[in-house]
Design a protein around this ligand. Sequence first.
Ligand SMILES: [Zn+2]
Length: 112
Amino acid sequence: MPSNAWEIGALYPPDGLNGIAWSQPAGVGGQVFPGPVTSVSYFETTPFSERSGVFAPFCGHSVNAPLIQKEWDYTTNSSVALVCCPECGAVCYTIEPFEDALSTVMQPQLPL
Ligand SMILES: [Zn+2]
């Protein structure tokens, strides 16, 4: 039986998203680098508050919405929705079956 290609706390896909060389020095579940831009440049015209997201997942990024990726869970033999950070792809938690993640009855809101 094949094993799952994903893991809660790890990046998915394993190299992460957006073509950035992500690293997770503390291992699965640890903070992901590079982190969010937190300092304000002297020449920066965007207020820090406008660069802050609604959610702060464990990876350390600041985002406004989760990224849902579809995968298969071989341990439960079910489709699974990976609720991920949209910047690095860190899997925060899962919802099974996948369709429940899209249902406004099962998931009226989808926090990160
Ligand atoms: Zn992230």
